[in-house]
Design a protein. Structure first.
Length: 71
């Protein structure tokens, strides 16, 4: 095995480890009860949106502004 093969194996290992850690970090956020208020405007996020997108932090209006870069 040459140095390039060894470097590739290490890169694959660390990439797989980072993906695994990221997935584990997302799991608790997706399973918890979503916050009922929008983090931007403070208005209540409709229950249907919270159910469809668990963990969503914004109401539809604020999410659209956030995605458009109008934060």
């Amino acid at each position: 095995m040459d140095i390039i093969d060894e470097a590739n194996e290490r890169a694959e290992y660390f990439t797989a480890k980072a993906i695994e850690q990221a997935r584990e970090g997302l799991r608790p956020r997706l399973l918890r009860e979503p916050e009922p208020e929008c983090v931007d405007c403070g208005e209540e996020i409709p229950a249907a949106r919270r159910k469809a997108l668990p963990g969503c932090p914004r109401c539809v209006s604020c999410q659209q502004r956030w995605e458009a870069g109008e934060q």
